[in-house]
Design a protein around this ligand. Sequence first.
Ligand code: HSE
Length: 315
Amino acid sequence: MTKKYVLVYAPATIANLGSGYDVLGVAIEKPGDIVEAKRTLEPGVHFTLSTIHENVPATSRKNVAAHVAALMLEEFKPPFGIKLTLHKHMPIGSGLGSSAASSVGAVVAVNELLQKKLRRSELLRFAVEGERLASGSPHADNAAPSLFGGVCLVRSYTPLEVVQIPIQKTFFWVVVHPHVIVKTKEARSILPKNVPLASAVRQWGNVSGLTVGLMTGNVALVGKSMEDTLVEPFRAKLIPAFDEVKRAALSHGAAGCSISGSGPSVFALAPSLKQARVIGKAMRDVFQSVAHVESEMYVSATNMNGAYVIDSGKG
Ligand code: HSE
């Protein structure tokens, strides 16, 4: 049946997972963006933004959802246009994979109207173009888990190849978002272009340990392998009271704690949902008492589904 309307949910993600800069990411349940797409007779993308958040690009040229939708229409040239509405439920510059969720929501929605022309795996190359527009770099460690769910490993960028890590059990995550903005582009620009071999050895030991821990259900191994000596020390300065927040997470039972994506959100791995709430509260308290910054927290099991169609019923 020809679809004329679709509503898609795409979840937030925690990129890097500490040691896996640009190669690891996990989908969480909430928050997430919702993209609504409707066929129109007029060609092209007609974009509308609906949000309470500030500074979200509102034009077709600048918004990632409209951008990736336009790229798909240019390539597949369907005999219709699309009215695209982005219900943006996450702030930008949050470290929650906000731009990736918008891009993923849009590519899944457009694909539905194109009668599922592409498989999920083929949608990733469009979604990462949203990341390129937002941050200057087409990194896939937010877009892949938002699209596929679970924990994803970007094994290669040239060519783009992603594998979903077969995790052995449910892992529990808490993400605390302090109300400051860190732009991914800037958080990338402060990183050194080269790293000493000894640091690289430590990092790939950690990334491998993290992968094995995920596959064997070893929370302690995943937690300690989140150690990031390459990126975190540089970005920690962009997050108020980061060291204190991390200490609070670890002293309240977190198996590991690091920066979510490019920050300012900070995430921790917890042994249970209940403990995740305790850890998150301790982290928020420190943001408030030490940095005088408001925050909110999201507690979640690993989201194994990724983006999904909420509704495709209306005409
Ligand atoms: N891997 C990217 C970075 C994620 O750390 O810059 C950005 O959300």
